[in-house]
Design a protein around this ligand. Sequence first.
Ligand SMILES: Nc1ncnc2c1ncn2[C@@H]1O[C@H](COP(=O)(O)OP(=O)(O)OP(=O)(O)O)[C@@H](O)[C@H]1O
Length: 342
Amino acid sequence: MTDKTTAPATIDFMADTRPIAEGEAGPGCRKRDPILTVRHVTRRFGGINAVDVDFLEIPRHKITALIGPNGAGKTTLFNLLTGFDQPNSGEWTFDGHPLAGVASYKVARLGMVRTFQLTKVMGKLTVLENMRLGAADQPGERLSAALFKNLWGRREKEITAQAEVLLEKFKLDAKRNDYAASLSGGQRKLLEMARALMARPKLVMLDEPMAGVNPALTQSLLDHIKNLKAEGMTVLFVEHDMQVVRHIADWVVVMAEGKVVAEGPPADVMKDQAVIDAYLGAHHDVDLGDTEGLKELEAELAQDQASVVGTEDEGILGHHIAERDGRRDEAAGGTAGRKDQG
Ligand SMILES: Nc1ncnc2c1ncn2[C@@H]1O[C@H](COP(=O)(O)OP(=O)(O)OP(=O)(O)O)[C@@H](O)[C@H]1O
């Protein structure tokens, strides 16, 4: 896809191996070319400091993974940065634009779009209608455009054509007239990503794009994420699967208890003791409620040699089960449903 918001196709973003950080990598380190800069952003829920990020820069034209244990504040940070929630304090700039207090639809218009952990496709609309909703400049939004029917008609056609191109790319074109509710979980993730691209973004933020996606679609989603970078976009994504992170991320930011506790290239970050301590004991989202889930996690841990997940450490599994149970209790205690926001 080429458009005026992405850089010229002559630049090979995949081949750029210059260092991402200005100096040494570490929590809050400066980047050579940041697209997003976050300062002193905090968000409290009751007594919990869900987000307490002192300084964070996201490098332009790179794929950055945001990782951390359940409850680390990743989704809350996404919500804050994209205008879906308001911080208690802090400021942040996207491509030079201050964004604190800016509504989510305006953030998207500026070129910063996000997807949700639980997809927000509209089930009762068709796939094509969902795509059209994602367009940055809807003619119906502006009275002046609506008054000039020709202009309106032209823009309508452009939007449909753009949607058709993206649907073909994401192999959803055969489903264009199906209700989105009839799509599989993985196809909905693809649709949400394709719809986000309708806004011609510079920065695409994906909240757990692989969660709930069957293995057949995982590779396709990974390829799409890599393509976003090849086309000049910046990607920031939340992910629990370390294989995925290692495979596609240029840079990894680790959060724990609301703070950034480590940053760097994937290989370095996964060797970092702070990450091992703060994160990896609880990083999997495998459902441990049944024996299949446990087996799945054990198999993953056994395979995951290069990772710092550990091996057959009973403690890791035990800790994980306790954490999961704790979260279920928490959900039963009233925060159930909050994921709808993120
Ligand atoms: N709307 C809310 N009301 C109350 N507490 C909330 C709300 N949203 C998030 N929290 C709390 O804020 C903390 C951070 O949650 P958040 O969902 O951002 O973490 P996360 O890193 O995205 O976790 P996960 O990996 O499970 O998605 C958690 O303690 C969570 O329970």
